[in-house]
Design a protein around this ligand. Structure first.
Ligand code: SF4
Length: 451
C-alpha cells in the first residue's frame, strides 16, 4: 500500500497565506512561555533536576514491563479497573463499551493529547454521545471546530479578537468582551455540563507504580471538578507514563510545571487513588486504560526509544523557531514541534512521518529546553538518515548535501564561496529556484556580503 507522507510544507505555506496573523499570535505566546521556562529553570539547580528526571524516565523505559505489572496490580488493589489497549481502535472500543454498558450519554473531558492521538471525540460523537472539552483553551477550540495547535496551549494560535467573536456568536457575550468575561461565560456554561455528565475522561501526567496513584496537574480546576462530579472517571494513559514511586512526583511535577509554564507547580494537583469510598463525593468507578498504539514498537527501537521519555510539557515547541512560524496545525496530527516531528515517524511509521523531521533547523534549542533531556536534534537527524536510507528524502537533497559536505571540508574554498554568495546572491539569487525560495524568508549575513 502506498502511504502518503504528511505534507507539512504545503500545509504550512497554505496556512500562512490564509492566516498571516497566526505567526504573530503563536510567536507572542511561545516566546512568553519560553521566558517563563527560563525563569522557572533559573531558580532551581535545573541541570541537576534535569539529570535526575532524565535518569528516572530512562530507568522506567528500560524496565517498563516490570513497572506496568506493578502499576496494574497496585491500581486494581485500589479498586481501579485496568484495561489494556493495543491501538487507537481498541482504546475507543473500550471507552465506548464502558459508555454503553453504563448508559453514559454525556461525557466531559480534561485536556488529553492521547485522546487527540486516538481521535476519541469523533468516535464518541459517532455513537451519539455528547462530548464537552472543559479546559478553557480546548473548549474554545471545540467551539471553533478546530484541533489544538499546541500541547499545552491548544488556542495559542487564536488572536483575542477571534475568541471574542466566537464567544459572542456561541455564548452570547458582548462584542469585545474582556478575557475575564469570556472565562466567566465559559465557566457558567461548563458548570451545567459538569453537573449533567455521566463520565469524565482524562489523560494522566503520570501513574505511580508503587501506590497505583493517577497524577493530574492543571491550572483551571476543571479536572478536579470533573473527576469529583461524574460517576465514572476514565483515564486514557500511554503505557510509558509511569514513575516508580509516588515520591518521584515531588520532583517530576514541579519540573514539568516549570518547563511548561514557568510555574513552581500547576494550580491543581490531583492524586487519585481509587473510586469514592465512604466520602460523599467522587466517582463510583475509576478506570485506567493503558494505551500502546505503537509505543512498544518504538521502545524496541533503541536509537529512537528515548522519545518515549517525553512528559508532554511543550517546552520544545516554545523553543522551536520553526514551530513558532505556524503553530501545530501543519503537522497534521496530535503532536507538533520537535517532539511531534520525532514521534510521527516513530508512531505513525517512517513513510508517513519522515517529512516532519525535515521541519527543523537543527539549531538545538529544543535540546536545551527539554526537562528530561531527550536528544531531540539527534533524533531528528536519526529519522532524516533513515528516510535517506529508505530513498525518501526530498528531491535534490542528497546531491546538495554531498556538494555542501565537499565544500565544508575545505575551509578556504568554503569561506570564498560564502563571500561570493553573500556578494552576488542578491542579484542572481532570485533567478535560481532553490536559492530564490531560500532567500525569500532570509537575508544573508552582512559579514559575508561586505567582505
Ligand atoms: S520532548 Fe521534552 S521538551 Fe518536548 S514536550 Fe517532551 S518533555 Fe517537553
Amino acid at each position: 500500500m502506498n502511504i502518503e507522507p504528511i505534507d507539512y510544507r504545503t500545509a504550512a505555506a497554505r496556512l500562512l497565506a490564509e492566516r498571516p496573523d497566526i505567526r504573530e499570535a503563536i510567536t507572542r505566546a511561545t516566546l512568553a512561555k519560553e521566558d517563563r521556562r527560563r525563569e522557572g529553570y533559573a531558580d532551581i539547580d535545573s541541570e541537576a533536576w534535569r539529570d535526575w528526571a532524565s535518569r528516572l524516565r530512562r530507568h522506567v523505559l528500560a524496565n517498563l514491563d516490570y513497572y506496568l505489572e506493578q502499576a496494574g496490580r497496585a491500581l486494581e488493589a485500589n479498586g481501579i479497573r485496568v484495561h489494556w489497549a493495543e491501538d487507537a481502535q481498541a482504546t475507543c472500543a473500550t471507552v465506548l463499551s464502558l459508555c454503553h454498558e453504563r448508559g453514559v450519554r454525556r461525557v466531559v473531558k480534561g485536556k488529553s493529547m492521547l485522546s487527540e492521538e486516538i481521535e476519541l471525540n469523533p468516535a464518541l460523537e459517532a455513537a451519539g454521545i455528547e462530548v464537552t472539552e472543559t479546559d478553557l483553551g480546548e473548549y474554545l477550540i471545540q467551539l471553533a471546530g478546530e484541533r489544538p495547535s499546541h500541547i499545552i496551549g491548544p488556542a495559542y494560535h487564536k488572536p483575542l479578537s477571534e475568541s471574542q467573536a466566537l464567544f459572542a456568536e456561541r455564548l452570547g457575550t458582548p462584542a469585545g468582551a474582556e478575557p475575564s468575561a469570556l472565562a466567566a461565560a465559559a465557566r457558567k456554561h461548563l458548570r451545567q455540563r459538569f453537573l449533567a455528565a455521566d463520565m469524565m475522561i482524562t489523560g494522566a501526567n503520570a501513574i505511580a507504580a508503587d501506590t497505583g496513584t493517577i497524577a493530574l496537574v492543571e491550572n483551571e480546576g476543571n479536572i478536579r471538578i470533573g473527576t469529583t462530579t461524574a460517576r465514572i472517571h476514565v483515564a486514557c494513559v500511554g503505557i510509558e507514563k509511569l514513575v516508580p514511586r509516588l515520591t518521584d512526583l515531588g520532583t517530576l511535577l514541579p519540573l514539568l510545571s516549570r518547563a511548561a509554564t514557568g510555574q513552581r507547580l500547576g494550580n491543581y494537583v490531583s492524586l487519585i487513588s481509587g473510586p469514592r469510598g465512604a466520602e460523599p463525593e467522587g466517582p463510583d468507578e475509576v478506570h485506567v486504560i493503558f494505551v500502546d498504539n505503537g509505543r512498544s514498537r518504538l521502545l524496541a527501537d533503541p536509537p529512537a526509544a528515548s522519545t518515549l521519555a517525553c512528559i508532554r510539557c511543550g517546552a520544545c515547541l516554545n523553543a522551536c523557531p520553526v514551530f513558532r512560524q505556524t503553530g501545530g496545525h501543519p503537522y497534521q496530527w496530535a503532536y507538533s514541534g520537535p517532539i511531534g516531528a520525532v514521534l510521527a515517524p516513530g508512531l505513525l511509521g517512517l513513510e508517513r512521518g519522515w517529512t516532519l523531521a525535515q521541519a527543523s533547523t537543527l539549531c538545538g534549542a529544543c535540546d536545551a529546553a527539554c526537562p528530561v533531556r531527550i536528544p531531540l536534534s539527534g533524533l531528528l537527524r536519526l529519522w532524516r538518515e533513515r528516510a535517506a536510507q529508505a530513498g525518501l528524502e526530498a528531491p535534490g537533497e542528497a546531491p546538495a548535501i554531498r556538494a555542501y559536505a565537499r565544500l565544508a571540508r575545505r575551509p578556504h574554498r568554503f569561506h570564498m564561496a560564502t563571500r561570493l554568495l553573500g556578494r552576488f546572491a542578491p542579484w542572481f539569487g532570485p533567478l535560481v529556484p532553490p536559492l530564490s525560495r531560500w532567500l525569500r524568508g532570509r537575508t544573508l549575513p552582512l559579514r559575508n556580503r561586505n567582505r
